[in-house]
Every structure is written in C-alpha cells, then in structure tokens.
Design a binder for this molecule. Structure first.
Ligand code: ATP
Ligand code: MN
Length: 480
C-alpha cells in the first residue's frame, strides 16, 4: 500500500514545520532553473512549489523532471519567500514515478487553443483551465444532490434504454444486437425487431420525465440526474449527443411552485460554486476578461464572469408570458429594423435563440422565465389553459446560453391528455402505463428539465458546451 499522504491542497494549508517530513505525489507543471518544480495533483487550483537545493541531486534525475512527469517527493514544509504562496516544500528525496518525454508531450507550458485541447481530451484535464472547469462541474453536481436531498426529494434512476420515443424530444439512438449485415425482415420487408434483444425496437433515452412522473405519483417529490442521448445533428455550441439532465417532478406543485423551485435551485448551485471554488472562478474570470478584450467594444458583455454570477444570485428572474414576449419582440427596434434572421411577425411562432437572447441580454438584462406557450409548439403532456390555446409551460432563459430549463405543469386530466395525444399522433398503446397514472389517483403535478452542461457553461463562462463535459460526443466525434 502507498503510504497515506497529504494532497497539494491539504499541504498548502499546513504550517511550516522543520521536523516533519511529508511525502507528496503529483505531476510537474513546470521546472525552472533546475531548482523550482511546480507540482499539481488536481486537488485544487493551486500548485505546490518544490525547491531542490542546487548540487544536491543527480544530473540524470534532474533531466527526468520534465513537464508532465509524475513525481514522488519527500521533504519539509518551509515558509516561502515567493509571492502568492505561504509555504513551499524543501525536497529531501525525489523519485520519478512516470517519465514524460518533453519532446513528445503535447501539453507544453504555454497557452493552447481550446480546439487543440479538444483533440487531446485524454490530457486536457491536466491544464489549469480544464482543472477549474471540472472542479466546478463536480461542485455543481454535488450541490444539486444537496439541494434536493435537503428538501426531501427522492433520487430515482430512470431507465437509459427505453422502448418509446414518446415525447419526441429529439432524434434517438437505436439500441440493438441485430447483425447489421444480416438484418431479419418480416413479410412486409421491414426490420423484424421481434428477433432483436428486447423483442421490439429500443432506444437510448431522450428524457426521464415520463418515468419520473410515475415516481412522483408514489413519492411526491423526486428528481433524476442522469445521462440523456439525442442524435442532434446540429453542430451548435449548446447541443451534445450525450449530456446530463436533472429532472425533478413534484406532485401537488402548480406552475408557480415549479418556477419558484427552479429559480431557487439555480441560485443555490451558483452560490455553492462561488463559495467553494472561488479561486477556480477567479482563474476563469481572468480568462473571460482576456477573451472579452479581444472583442470589439460593442460586442463585449457589460459584466465580467463573477459580476454576472453575482447579478443572477441577487435579482429575481423576470417572469412573463409567451404572449407578452411576442409583443415586446414585435415592437422592438430590432424587429422593425429587420435585425432578426427570423422576423417576429405573428403570435404562435416558435422562438428562435436570437429572440430568446434579445429578451435576456438586450431587453431585460437578466434571466427570464417565459410561460404559457402556444400548445402547438409544446409537448403533449403540458397542461392546457382555460383559453384552449396555450399550455402551462415554462422555459428559463439565461444570458449567453438561451434555454437552460424547460418545464411545465403536467396535464393530469385523463380526458384532456388522451385528446392531446390523439391530436398529436402519440401512440396510446405504447404509453398505456403513462395514461394509467391519470386513471389511478391522478393529481396536479409539475416538473422541469435542467441541462447540466448548459448550467456549467454559464458558471464557467465557457462558450462551447464541448468544453464543459470531460469527453464530449457530437456528430463525428466519439473519441476517448
Ligand atoms: P433546445 O431548444 O435548446 O434544443 P429543448 O427544447 O430540446 O432545447 P428540452 O427537451 O426541454 O430541450 O430539454 C431540457 C433541457 O435539456 C434544455 O433546457 C437544455 O438545457 C438541455 N438540453 C436539451 N438538448 C440538449 C443537448 N442536445 N445538449 C445539451 N443540453 C441539452
Ligand atoms: Mn432540442
């Protein structure tokens, strides 16, 4: 067994002590003047400075201390004269656990482009930027569980392989064990799925909502937090083929309760990240400010990353209906001067991301919750309003991101639900179990889906969703 040891993060909190010998392990970020190693083990944003006394170590050993090499070092912690750190490790012994050929190692101690780093996804986590991003992702994920657990929600696992594409939330990935070179066909010449593993066609889930609703009809308040798959053939900075979604579902919640919960949750997660990862955020903030400086003044965001997070924490989200939003958009100078690619010319159109961003970034300059969308542009399970035209939907729109949350009060009335399914050609036979909940003890209930990566994008200020998940999947890319 390797001896218990302190992490870099822990040792940086220790007081200097000339008597105690510490052993520390990690990877070399840089090695300067044959004397100063900055060592990282990913435990936090800070590196440990290790000092090698000149002349004390063998030349051959010093040559092997290169960027990326893995070292085991014992030494004593002393007060550091250098600025930016209170202690450093004075090395007694250095052992190379893993050499790293500096000629071949793709990560050099210099600034690499995000595109290049995406190509070396197996190594990019060792950089400061991705270290910060994935530590924040970790904090946000844990905060989500804390938030819901403290409120008495039950964490439920919905299936990853499903039979139905009920919601039509997106294109699905098929799951099959059929031999694709010899696909069995029925008499009509169609693929015979009765010969497939599940004896019917199966897909990867696009949402756990419908199953989540079943659970809410037993436990009252539940949430899921799991992977979701959509064969989105759109190469955007907001879509992945595999992403993580948080889907709470609550019995006895109406749309307003639902909005309140979502707003409280988003603020809680952001607050936890600010509290626990302040240095990571400071680092990403500097990165953000540098990037903003490259842009023409008119395109710059009026706040830096930290200010924007703080702003979201401190201000209530703006709530308005789809109908009110359409009025604002229609009457905007933007629309009149034909600056939208898709003009806003009538009630009933689906909002494009340019419209959402106009509302959030130009008009209100804060997060916005839009409610009561036309039923024709929303899913079948959303509760019909008295007007017969709109449904109790809500989308939360964030600056720089657009839609971050999509939710609704669910249609709990059997007859209404059945009618909507028929109107929208949703196969009743496949969803018999979903309809059953409306037959056996139905109740008013609500829920929403939060795209986890979009939230991490907002928190870290990263422009591309591919940079906030360790191993992104998108059209043409399934490496690592
Ligand atoms: P969009 O219009 O942006 O494609 P959507 O309407 O398809 O979103 P929903 O089906 O409501 O989204 O899914 C709930 C949430 O999941 C969204 O609010 C968003 O945060 C996230 N989401 C949806 N599709 C993706 C994707 N392909 N990659 C990452 N996150 C996604
Ligand atoms: Mn979509």
């Amino acid at each position: 067994m390797l001896k218990p040891r302190l992490s870099v993060k822990e040792i940086l909190h220790q007081d200097p002590d000339p008597k105690q010998v510490h052993t520390i392990m990690g990877w070399v970020r840089t090695f300067r003047n044959n004397q100063f190693i900055s060592l990282s083990d990913g435990s936090g944003p800070d590196v440990l400075q290790v000092v090698l006394e000149l002349g004390k170590f063998d030349e051959n050993l010093l040559k092997r201390i290169t960027t990326g090499a893995c070292l085991k070092i014992s030494g004593k912690l002393v007060a550091s004269p250098a600025k930016g750190q209170s202690v450093e490790l004075l090395a007694d012994a250095v052992e190379v656990l893993g050499d790293c050929d500096a000629e071949k190692y793709p990560l050099q101690p210099k600034k690499h482009s995000l595109e290049f780093l995406r190509e070396i996804g197996h190594l990019r986590m060792r950089t400061q930027t991705f270290g910060a991003i994935f530590r924040l992702r970790n904090t946000a994920a844990f905060a989500i569980h804390k938030f819901f657990q403290e409120k008495g929600f039950l964490y439920i696992h919905t299936p990853i392989i499903t039979a139905s594409d009920a919601e039509g939330a997106g294109e699905m990935f098929r799951v099959t064990t059929l031999d694709l070179n010899h696909v069995p066909k029925n008499e009509a010449g169609e693929v015979d799925y009765s010969k497939d593993f599940f004896h019917r066609s199966a897909n990867l889930t696009v949402s756990g909502q419908l199953e989540g609703e079943l659970a809410a009809m037993a436990f009252s308040k539940i949430y899921t937090f799991g992977p979701t798959f959509r064969a989105e053939n759109s190469n955007t900075t907001r879509h992945l083929a595999e992403f993580w979604m948080i889907e709470p579902e609550m019995a006895f919640y109406d749309l307003e309760d639902n909005m309140n919960l979502a707003e409280e949750m988003l603020k809680y997660i952001i607050g936890e990240c600010i509290k626990q990862n302040d240095k990571d955020l400071d680092f990403l903030n500097k990165r953000w400010e540098e990037e903003e400086r490259q842009k023409p003044a008119a395109e710059r965001y009026p706040m830096n990353l930290l200010q924007r997070l703080q702003f979201v924490l401190e201000h209530p989200f703006e709530r308005l209906t789809y109908t009110q939003a359409i009025e604002i958009l229609q009457n905007s100078n933007y629309n009149k001067k034909k600056k939208f690619k898709y003009p806003v010319d009538r009630w009933g159109i689906d909002l494009q991301s340019e419209h959402e961003r106009y509302l959030v970034e130009k008009h209100f300059q804060k997060p916005v919750i839009l409610t009561d969308y036309p039923k024709d542009i929303k899913a079948f399970y959303m509760r019909l309003n008295e007007d017969g035209k709109t449904v109790r939907a809500m989308d939360i729109l964030f600056p720089g991101i657009g839609e971050i949350v999509g939710g609704s009060q669910r249609e709990e009335r059997y007859e209404y639900l059945l009618q909507r399914m028929r109107e929208m050609n949703i196969p009743e036979k496949e969803l018999w179990w979903y309809l059953d909940t409306r037959r056996f003890g139905t109740c008013p209930h609500s829920g929403f889906g939060l795209g986890f990566e979009r939230l991490v994008q907002f928190i870290t200020g990263m422009g591309n969703i591919r940079d906030v998940i360790p191993f992104p999947r998108f059209p043409g890319h399934v490496e690592f």
